[in-house]
Design a protein around this ligand. Structure first.
Ligand code: ZN
Length: 242
């Protein structure tokens, strides 16, 4: 099966549409790793579009926060403002959809978690040390995560010996037999200094993985965010990819 692996759409419909167009015809199923809403101006539109494809989908910390399942006192001021705006904007259909999503699940040799297998909605796997500790918390060969908005894969070469690998775009890679924790990056708010939407393609039979990036009309999204009175830091960061 060919899988479109996406994460952290964050209510950015324009970026999500660009990914779907770029990947058209190349996948059979969507695996979405959570954070459908928060930050962007189009939460209901993103939910409606995602649902059309009957995806395997997870919920993330922003999804939980909007539903009141997570204390937002630890969120920064801009993230809090976005959550408050999103709460007021969500329609019932989107709310019900978010409520139905699990935080973690297993698909064949892949564990899917929004943040980490150890803490599925909260922990950031940003370094090999944190990744190494997380290999004890899933039983499949591979684990796919989002949450950091940074595309990377962590390979366990030996027990607690983990090597990070940065993405090479447009070059499909064979997944090694070593265990991996892989992040496809973020569709709607990349944070690796590359403002293009990030996603990946995975073939579950050949175990081929391809990191991809696609530009989208950032200006168009920023205009909609300004019209919703979103904090300017959230508006500006999209064009820098941080
Ligand atoms: Zn996120």
């Amino acid at each position: 099966m060919r899988v479109l692996v996406i994460s952290d759409i964050h209510a950015n419909l324009t970026a999500f549409e660009a990914v779907l167009e770029d990947a058209a015809g190349l996948w059979d199923k969507i695996w979405f790793l959570g954070d459908l809403i928060g930050y962007g101006p189009d939460p209901n539109e993103c939910a409606e579009l995602l649902c059309q494809y009957d995806p395997i989908a997870l919920s993330g910390n922003h999804d939980w926060a909007v539903l009141g399942k997570l204390d937002i006192s630890t969120f920064n001021a801009e993230a809090k403002a976005a959550i408050t705006w999103t709460r007021a904007t969500l329609n019932e259909q989107t709310r019900d959809y978010l409520k139905s999503l699990p935080a973690m699940r297993i698909e064949g040799v892949f564990t899917l978690a929004h943040a980490s297998p150890r803490q599925p909605v909260w922990e950031y796997i940003l370094d090999p040390y944190t990744a190494a500790l997380n290999f004890d918390f899933f039983n499949t060969v591979y684990c796919l995560v989002g949450h950091t908005h940074v595309p990377v894969w962590f390979e366990e070469e030996d027990v607690y010996q983990v090597v990070p690998r940065m993405p090479e775009y447009g070059r499909p890679m064979h997944l090694p037999q070593n265990r991996l924790i892989i992040n496809p990056g973020s569709v709607g708010q990349p944070r690796d200094s590359d403002p293009r939407a990030a996603y990946a393609l995975l073939d579950t039979e050949t175990l081929c993985w391809e990191y991809r990036r696609v530009p989208y009309d950032i200006n168009k999204v920023q205009k909609r965010m300004r019209a919703c009175d979103m904090p300017s830091r959230l508006v500006n960061r999209l064009e820098y990819g941080w």
